[in-house]
Design a protein around this ligand. Structure first.
Ligand SMILES: Nc1ncnc2c1ncn2[C@@H]1O[C@H](COP(=O)(O)OP(=O)(O)O)[C@@H](O)[C@H]1O
Ligand SMILES: [Mg+2]
Length: 467
């Protein structure tokens, strides 16, 4: 597209044109109205003077008869000017005056009239006049008028002024439109140039702003905020893939080394069997990690594909408690449940069950009282409604999590010192957090003094917001 073509296609230019046309029509109408008013004013004035003159002449006639009238008219005719006079007999024969010719029938109509006429000495009737015809006593007719040349000249002048000003208007308007369009175009070009650079890979670039706070600036601000967010997401993705690369490398290496060793050293089918069993174990662990990662990613991307349903959270809590009963007993942990009779909410039943299971699992795994303390091994689960929320709380009496680590442990693959000897991949709390967020709730870690208290807070009406 040529530069001019681009310019003429801008919205700004098109808008300028529309305004221009509307404005020109408006200005034309106003000028026309003014012109008409001027004409009326002109005519009024002529009419008034003509009438006064007729009154004067009629008076002369009354006092001195036709002779005096003719004398006066002839005297006035001899003076230069645009005044017109005509005295005729009843039959219309000219007695005195400077009007030679009038269209037929004009003299028969007393009153104000606009007509063509010819002066004495001329043959055709090229001029226009505004005249009054007066019937004198005795059957004579008197015409007094004014030539309209001045008025026509003024009209022509006004028309010319109208067209010249419209011409200028169009010229200046178009130039203004082009100027404004050029400025806008320059900024839009700058913005798309930046967008090109950003697309070609430099995500740190931002769209230029002038600081004027106009609509383009606001657009640039919004787009920049969007770029910021995209940048953050990309950074998050980068972290996740780094984490995956790092955290899955260890089990994969272990897997490979195990197989390698078996190939080199195994002597009997039993040796091979033992090795294969280890491989299966490791692979299952890997699959679990992958599944957890995929689920977190799915939840965080906001595509909640799990069927939303109305269900009883208290029942879920009871199921989880029952599920972990045996494990707790094995570890010598007393698992207690304190749940309201019924806690209906709308959401993903399986997801919330999984999140709660992760918390209970952690409490049993990491919640053993510190050596030497007089605490009992107790893990408490409670499920209650607090106002508009349902709170699922898991408390233990273990070492807890230091305040500065409470945000960090929610991240993927983060496991604190001293927990590494236990089985796990550091995804349990990440998943619980993702589930909470998906339901527009939150996961909070607090000090249980001693121990950790984890609260999964869910809006009872979460399902409505998700739908
Ligand atoms: N109840 C708890 N008491 C003490 N530390 C905990 C508790 N729950 C979680 N943690 C810490 O948070 C880390 C992350 O937990 P999680 O995401 O469930 O991963 P994992 O259980 O696989 O280690 C744990 O490794 C542990 O260090
Ligand atoms: Mg865990």
């Amino acid at each position: 597209m040529t530069a001019l073509g681009k310019l003429l296609r801008t919205t700004v230019f098109k808008l300028s044109l529309v305004y221009l046309v509307v404005f020109a029509i408006g200005a034309g109408l106003v000028l026309m109205r003014v012109g008409m008013n001027v004409k009326d004013l002109f005519d009024d004035q002529i009419d008034q003077t003509v009438e006064a003159e007729i009154a004067g002449l009629a008076e002369q006639y009354r006092q001195g008869g036709i002779r005096r009238l003719v004398e006066t008219v002839e005297r006035r005719v001899s003076q230069p000017g645009s005044s017109l006079y005509l005295v005729t007999t009843f039959a219309g024969e000219r007695i005195a005056g400077n009007v030679a010719q009038l269209p037929a029938g004009v003299l028969e109509r007393p009153g104000l009239i606009e007509t063509r006429y010819a002066r004495t000495g001329e043959i055709v009737a090229p001029h226009r006049a505004l005249a009054r015809i007066f019937l004198l006593q005795g059957g004579f007719r008197l015409l007094v008028g004014r030539d309209l040349e001045d008025r026509e000249a003024l009209r022509g002048f006004m028309l010319r002024a109208l067209f010249t000003s419209l011409g200028w208007l169009v010229l200046i308007g178009t130039a203004g439109g082009i100027f404004v369009a050029m400025r806008v175009l320059r900024r839009v070009d700058a913005m798309s140039a930046s967008a090109q650079t950003i697309m070609s890979g430099d995500l740190s670039q931002r769209l230029p702003r002038t600081g004027s706070g106009d609509e383009l600036d606001r657009l640039a601000t919004s787009l920049n905020a969007m770029l910021e967010r995209i940048g953050e997401l990309m950074k998050g993705m980068q972290e996740v893939s780094d984490n995956i690369a790092h955290d899955l490398k260890t089990p994969l290496t272990r897997l490979r080394n195990g197989v390698d060793e078996a190939l080199r050293n195994a002597r009997s089918p039993d040796d091979y069997r033992a090795c294969l069993e280890k491989v299966v174990d490791e692979s299952e662990g890997l699959i679990r990690v992958f599944n957890a990662l995929l689920m977190i990613a799915r939840l965080e991307s906001g595509v909640a594909q799990d069927a939303m349903q109305d269900f009883d959270v208290a029942e879920v809590a009871r199921d989880v408690a029952e599920l972990y009963d045996a494990v707790a007993e094995e570890q010598g942990v007393t698992l207690t449940l304190d749940a309201d009779a019924s806690l209906m909410m709308r959401g993903g039943r399986e997801l919330i069950g999984q999140a709660l299971a992760n918390l209970v699992d952690n409490a049993i795994k990491y919640g053993a009282p510190v050596e030497g303390s007089a605490q009992e091994k107790i893990v408490k689960i409670s499920a209650r409604r607090i106002g508009e929320h349902i709170e699922l709380i898991v408390c233990d009496r273990g070492p807890g999590v230091a305040a500065q680590d409470r945000a960090r442990v929610l991240e993927r693959f983060v496991r604190l010192e001293g927990s590494r000897s236990r089985p796990g991949s550091g995804l349990g709390l990440s998943l619980a957090t993702a589930v909470a967020r998906m339901h527009h709730g939150a996961l909070r870690l607090d000090d249980n003094a001693p121990g950790l208290r984890v609260t999964l807070e869910l809006p009872a009406s979460a399902g409505e917001a998700l739908r």
